[in-house]
Ligand binder design. Sequence first.
Ligand code: BEZ
Ligand code: FE
Length: 286
Amino acid sequence: MSDLNVHTLTDAVIARMTDKVEPRTRQLMSALIRHLHAFATEVSLTEAEWFAAIDFLTRTGKNCTDTRQEFILLSDVLGLSSLVIATNHPVAAGSLESSVLGPFYLPEMPELPLGSDLAVGVAGTPTLYQGLVTDTDGTPLAGATLDIWSSDGEGWYDVQKPGPLKPAARGRIRTGADGRYAFWSIKPADYPVPTDGPVGELLRAMDRDSMRPGHLHFIASAPGCETVTTQIFASDSPELRRDAVFGVSDGLIAPFVSHAAGTAPDGRVLSTPFCTVDYAIRLRRA
Ligand code: BEZ
Ligand code: FE
């Protein structure tokens, strides 16, 4: 005898799991089923809306390729990526905060000498990034690695350009014996997340902005410390408070100080205006 109705269905579905189910799987699936059913009940989901959602998710999957991950983008614009990051990397006083990885990271970029220009020939305002990497007690971390990537000064990543990939505005820099880092790149521009797929449709349906404030991505690591994937945001970006993927937190905003052409603090002579960014990085001991 079956007595399935809107009041009994949720428990019935959860109860179908046997006692062989691994405890974490049981916890995840029970909560997922409960929340999905509660959502459908709360909004009185119509069959047309249910089908539109299935169609949306199907097209999201079909838009995923080796170089495009529409599902991660969906998670990003719904704030789920940032929520998972914040849950798994709680902010400790003064330590470097995490942010979304984004789709444009390339692993195994070469390590370049301290002070190198990562963006030779890349469009944009030359920018000297420098600072001290320490643990949260303030002890300088020699040999810490920054794995860096960014768009150019017009908002385009090397991987988005047509033709064979020519890595640009990327590379790894290691701190010296005093824990300091320095490298040149450009000042990244604001740019939109891809909006030519289902996630773009969703943003338009929600009357949402697609822009990200200009930012420099990096993964900071050091022996004995927690690795942090994050971004530095330019404090003068008008998009800071409406980042499409909710990746900005106050501690990640840095002033990009503008300078007229001339000699930079590291002795480099520039014939065009340039910027400097001083950003201290504090890593937590693992
Ligand atoms: C990015 O920062 O590169 C990015 C992050 C999330 C979605 C799209 C782009
Ligand atoms: Fe980015």
